[in-house]
Design a protein around this ligand. Structure first.
Ligand code: C2G
Length: 158
């Protein structure tokens, strides 16, 4: 009976989307146990990221995904090595936007980077939402009013 193969990854998982899901699905297929470390709100602030969704909700969402066996908080850049040792991790995996960044962990476990899912990111979703916020809708309505008046003015001149 071989020991279960444990996989570990880290992320913010804000505005959970298909890119996050596709990564987690692939990770679950790489081992018998999957641990996901979710960045805390405080750690995100340190990354210069303000997540829309709270740590409490982001970790609950990730924890509810089939194939995720444990969610732990990510509160610092330095905790990866001790997490790997304390949880008996065999394989550390990140999306390839992090390619090479964690190769120093190769002395305590296997390190892999998987291709990101193209065309989707929490940043893009936030940008889309931003254009829909009330202030921007009001700005667009004002601009539309100005354009309408200009058109009417020129139409009267012709
Ligand atoms: N990801 C992906 N495809 C996307 C978007 C993200 O495969 N379209 C992957 C990323 O490569 C990462 C994981 O999903 O491995 C989580 O992405 P983020 O939530 O953006 O996490 P990040 O801000 O990169 O934080 O210590 C590491 C950091 O906590 C990682």
């Amino acid at each position: 009976m071989t020991a279960p193969r444990t996989v570990l990854t880290y992320g913010t998982f804000d505005l959970f989307h298909i890119g996050h899901l596709r990564l987690i699905e692939r990770l679950a297929a790489l081992g018998d146990r999957l641990i996901v470390a979710v960045s805390t709100d405080e750690f995100n602030a340190g990354k210069g990221k303000k997540s829309v969704v709270s740590y409490e909700d982001r970790s609950a969402i990730v924890g509810a995904i089939r194939g995720v066996d444990l969610v732990i908080p990510e509160g610092s850049w330095e905790q990866k090595r001790s997490d790997i040792i304390n949880h008996g991790v065999d394989l550390f995996v990140m999306g390839d936007d992090w390619a090479g960044k964690f190769d120093d962990l190769a002395d305590v476990c296997e390190v892999k980077y998987l291709p990101r899912t193209s065309g989707v990111s929490s940043t893009d979703i936030k940008e889309m939402l931003r254009t829909l916020d009330p202030i921007h809708i009001e700005e667009m309505q004002t601009a539309l009013g100005t354009l309408t008046r200009l058109l009417e003015h020129y139409r009267d001149l012709t």
